[in-house]
Design a protein around this ligand. Structure first.
Ligand SMILES: Nc1ncnc2c1ncn2[C@@H]1O[C@H](COP(=O)(O)OP(=O)(O)OP(=O)(O)O)[C@@H](O)[C@H]1O
Ligand SMILES: [Mg+2]
Length: 301
C-alpha cells in the first residue's frame, strides 16, 4: 500500500489521519545532542508521587519489517495521565513502538508484530479489538502537521462527523480548539482553510482534531521538530496542560524537551532494544546503563 493509499484509506474510516507512517528518516531539525546539564525542573513533584496507574503495558513486543527486526523484546509500563518520552538514535524503533500502541503498524504490509500490548488491561492485538475504535481512544499527532484541505472548523469536526456526532458540534469544536490553545487565534476565521495557518498553528489544529473525539491517550511523533522555538514552546506548554486529562506519549530527538516535559523516559538504542526506562530525572541525572549515559551526553548517537 502506498503512503497515499494509506492516507485516503484511513481518512475514510477513522478519525485519525495517517502520515509519516513509513518515515524513518533522520530528524531534519538536526537537534544537537547535549551535555548532561539538562534541567528537569518542574517535573520532579509529579514523578516523585509515582501514584499513577499503568494505562499501557507492553510485554515482549517484537516488530519485524519483513526480515529486519525493528523492536527487540520491548516491555514497559506507561503510567496514566503523565508524559512519557521516547528517545534514542534514528532508526532505533521509536516510531515503530508508538505505532504498535494504536496498531498503526497494521497499515504497513511488511510489518509483523509479536508479543502483548495492553491498553487498560485489554490486549490491543486480540482479534475482537476494533482498530477504528482503538485509534479513536489512542489518537496520534505526527512530525509534519497534516491538516485536511478543509476549513479549520471542518478539520476539528471531522472525527465527530465520522462518528455521526452532530449534536452541539459548534461547542465541541470550540472546546477542542480551546484545549489546543488555538481558539483565540482562529475564532473569527473558522471557515478559513486550515492550510493557510502557520506550521505551529497547523500542529495545534492537528492536536485539536485529535482531542475533539475525546481520546484517552495521545501519541506524538516528534510533534515540534519541524517548528520554530516559539511554536515549539507553545506545543510544550500545551502538552503540560493536556496531561491533566490525557496520557501523552511523545517521541523526541530533543533531549532538553524530553527532560522539560516528561515524567518518564524510555531510551531505545540501535537494534530496537529498550535499554532503560524510568523517571525522567533519574534517566537524565543518574542513568543505570552506561550506554544511556553515553547517548545522553552525546558520546554517540
Ligand atoms: N515501513 C517500513 N518498512 C520497512 N522498514 C521500516 C519501515 N519503517 C521503519 N522501518 C525500519 O525499522 C527500523 C526502526 O524504524 P523507526 O522508524 O521505528 O525508527 P525511529 O527510531 O522512529 O527513527 P527516527 O528517529 O529516524 O524517526 C529502521 O531500521 C527502519 O528502517
Ligand atoms: Mg521516527
Amino acid at each position: 500500500m502506498t503512503q497515499e493509499d494509506m492516507t485516503s484509506a484511513d481518512e475514510s474510516t477513522s478519525a485519525q489521519p495517517v502520515d509519516d507512517a513509513t518515515d524513518s528518516s533522520p530528524d531534519p531539525s538536526g537537534e544537537p545532542l547535549v551535555d548532561q546539564s539538562i534541567s528537569v525542573d518542574g517535573r520532579e513533584e509529579q514523578a516523585a508521587t509515582g501514584t499513577s496507574e499503568t494505562i499501557i503495558r507492553a510485554k515482549d513486543v517484537n516488530v519485524y519489517y519483513d526480515d529486519i527486526q525493528a523492536l527487540d523484546d520491548v516491555s514497559m509500563e506507561i503510567p496514566e495521565k503523565q508524559v512519557t518520552a521516547m528517545i534514542g538514535p534514528s532508526g532505533c524503533g521509536k516510531s515503530t513502538f508508538l505505532r504498535c500502541i494504536n496498531r498503526m503498524n497494521d497499515l504497513i504490509a511488511a510489518a509483523g508484530v509479536e508479543g502483548e500490548l495492553y491498553f487498560q488491561g485489554k490486549n490491543v492485538y486480540d482479534s475482537d479489538v476494533d482498530q477504528i475504535v482503538l485509534r479513536r481512544q489512542i489518537g496520534m499527532v505526527f512530525q509534519h502537521p497534516n491538516p485536511f484541505p478543509k476549513s479549520i472548523y471542518d478539520n476539528v469536526a471531522y472525527g465527530l462527523r465520522v462518528q455521526n456526532i452532530d449534536e452541539n458540534l459548534d461547542e465541541k469544536v470550540e472546546t477542542a480548539l480551546k484545549r489546543a490553545a488555538l481558539w483565540d487565534e482562529v475564532k473569527d476565521q473558522l471557515d478559513k482553510s486550515a492550510l493557510d495557518l502557520s506550521g505551529g498553528q497547523q500542529q495545534r489544529l492537528c492536536i485539536a482534531r485529535a482531542i475533539a473525539v475525546d481520546p484517552t491517550v495521545i501519541l506524538m511523533d516528534e510533534p515540534a521538530s519541524a517548528l520554530d522555538p516559539i511554536a515549539t514552546s507553545k506545543i510544550e506548554d500545551l502538552i503540560e496542560e493536556l496531561v491533566e486529562e490525557y496520557t501523552v506519549i511523545i517521541v523526541t530527538h530533543n533531549m532538553q524537551q524530553a527532560a522539560r516535559i516528561s515524567d518518564k523516559t524510555a531510551v531505545f538504542l540501535t537494534g530496537g532494544e529498550l535499554v532503560e526506562f524510568g523517571d525522567t530525572q533519574t534517566i537524565f541525572e543518574n542513568p543505570e546503563n552506561q550506554r544511556v549515559e553515553d547517548y545522553i551526553t552525546g558520546k554517540f548517537g
